[in-house]
Design a protein around this ligand. Structure first.
Ligand SMILES: C[S@@+](CC[C@H](N)C(=O)[O-])C[C@H]1O[C@@H](n2cnc3c(N)ncnc32)[C@H](O)[C@@H]1O
Length: 220
């Protein structure tokens, strides 16, 4: 009979621990469910997987959300830059790798994608494998690097492609453009480089949306 009060005590203890654990989980879910707005439009921001949040340096938030450039606009960007087999193309924030793969597959260039989100790097690797199965010759011409592009070495670039946000483009202009070679072509989907006058502007209609592509040829 002396064990009854001990049993009651144990029950109270377990109940107290369980309810405080549930309260903690609940507040974590509420905090993580608020997602940032998506200024680039169409596609919602992907939720970061536990692996992604572990791989990204915690202090670094991407400078633009993930939104894909439609294939018609990808082609227009690479055509405006007159990409050819002698070019080294860097896509800054390469998403699923479509610009890099198209530059190699359709224009014969060497192309490198720099992307901060490890889940998108994995997606690019999957897309690369499918593309290499179709066109094996691009195997040595495409590469993806998980990195903050502001820290990347772009010394051999002859073409830079961008689909970022106005603020990020301003940073690209002040921090990256001065390091590029004279004659490097920079193409941007949708946003300008501050007040730097472009050499060419083209519009591309996809469905009911009009996209703008800007080209600059650097005279560094
Ligand atoms: C609008 S998406 C463009 C994707 C792809 N270039 C396209 O046009 O389809 C911008 C991409 O930039 C990546 N990104 C943003 N800031 C970055 C940074 N500092 N370094 C590397 N990648 C970045 C995002 O994760 C996102 O995938």
């Amino acid at each position: 009979m002396a064990t009854l009060p001990r049993l009651i005590l144990r029950f109270i203890l377990i109940a107290a621990i369980t309810s405080s654990t549930l309260l903690a989980c609940n507040s974590l879910m509420i905090n993580s469910s608020s997602s940032p707005s998506n200024p680039l439009g169409s596609k919602p921001l992907p939720a970061l997987s536990p692996i992604a949040s572990k791989d990204i340096e915690p202090e670094r938030i991407p400078d633009a959300p993930y939104v894909q450039t439609p294939p018609e606009v990808v082609l227009k960007m690479l055509e405006m830059a007159k990409v050819n087999k002698n070019d080294v193309v860097y896509d800054l924030g390469s998403g699923d790798g479509r610009i890099v793969i198209t530059a190699a597959q359709k224009f014969g260039a060497k192309a490198i994608g720099i992307e901060i989100d490890p889940e998108l790097i994995r997606e690019s690797d999957r897309e690369s494998k499918a593309a290499i199965a179709q066109t094996p010759e691009i195997r040595d011409r495409i590469k993806f690097i998980k990195q903050d592009f502001f820290k990347a070495d772009l010394g051999d670039a002859s073409v830079i492609t961008l689909y970022l946000l106005p603020q990020a483009n301003l940073r690209v202009r002040s921090e990256i453009l001065p390091k590029l070679k004279r004659g490097t072509r920079v193409v941007s989907h949708e946003y300008e480089l501050g007040d730097l006058p472009p050499n060419q502007i083209e519009k591309v209609k996809v469905g009911n949306r009009e996209h703008t592509v800007y080209l600059w040829i650097l005279d560094n």
